[in-house]
Design a protein around this ligand. Sequence first.
Ligand code: ADP
Ligand code: MG
Length: 255
Amino acid sequence: PAAGAPVLRVAEVKQVFGGLTALESVSFELRHGEVLGLMGPNGAGKSTLLNAISGVTRATSGTIELEGERTERLESNAVSVRGIARTFQTVRLFWDMTVLENLLVGGHARLAGFLPRFLSPVPFVRRNERRTVEEAEAALAFVDAWDCRDRRASSLDAYQQRKVEIARALMTRPRVLLLDEPAAGLNESETRDLARLISRIREHGIDVILIEHDMDLLMGVSDRIIVLDHGVIIADGTPAEIRTDPAVLEAYLGS
Ligand code: ADP
Ligand code: MG
């Protein structure tokens, strides 16, 4: 797609959990070539929105389109095959596996759960989704975690874990990458390094939605920002516009 063309279209997405409306009627577009920041107070519905887009939960109503194809009824594996990858607010890795094994098994949590610890996951990955060691090493090199490849995931520090999770997401060759608070638990220099990594991901033609509490990171790396409050988009603009938006200020002060 051309720069600026809509890649992902979210239209009137509503998410109800029992008596709670977590998303009211959320509509926005992710355009090609951009990092779209997603901010809002705790409980605003940010993770819920990424869950709906990635098929982790099914939206109560509304439509989601990736390059013109509807995805809102697909399971998360099918959404991932279509080209939407994500990371989670709390890093999800297979902690007893090595970094390389984590990348080779991909996001197939159910599959990995069946495997005894001494078995390599590789032969079990379905043929059409086979991931090669070369691809995994390239993804690890891209996120600057290649030297961690033979380490057990549980032995990594917070930033290494985050980079491995991002590398695993990149293994699916996504069109769109959803990052849920990737800087949580990182120090300042790691956060700056993460900002550069996100920019490099964008330069590779992958469009990014970034949820982040670190405002310097979010404002620095996002081309455009949307702000959620109580499941409703209350602002949409450039970082400079969002910084001075009275509704945004009020949402944060009032929360
Ligand atoms: P944020 O990521 O913006 O902090 P969330 O999307 O995690 O907010 O949560 C939005 C609201 O939806 C919260 O009130 C939360 O408790 C609720 N919520 C999220 N997921 C579920 C769920 N699976 N079942 C019930 N309530 C949920
Ligand atoms: Mg969240």
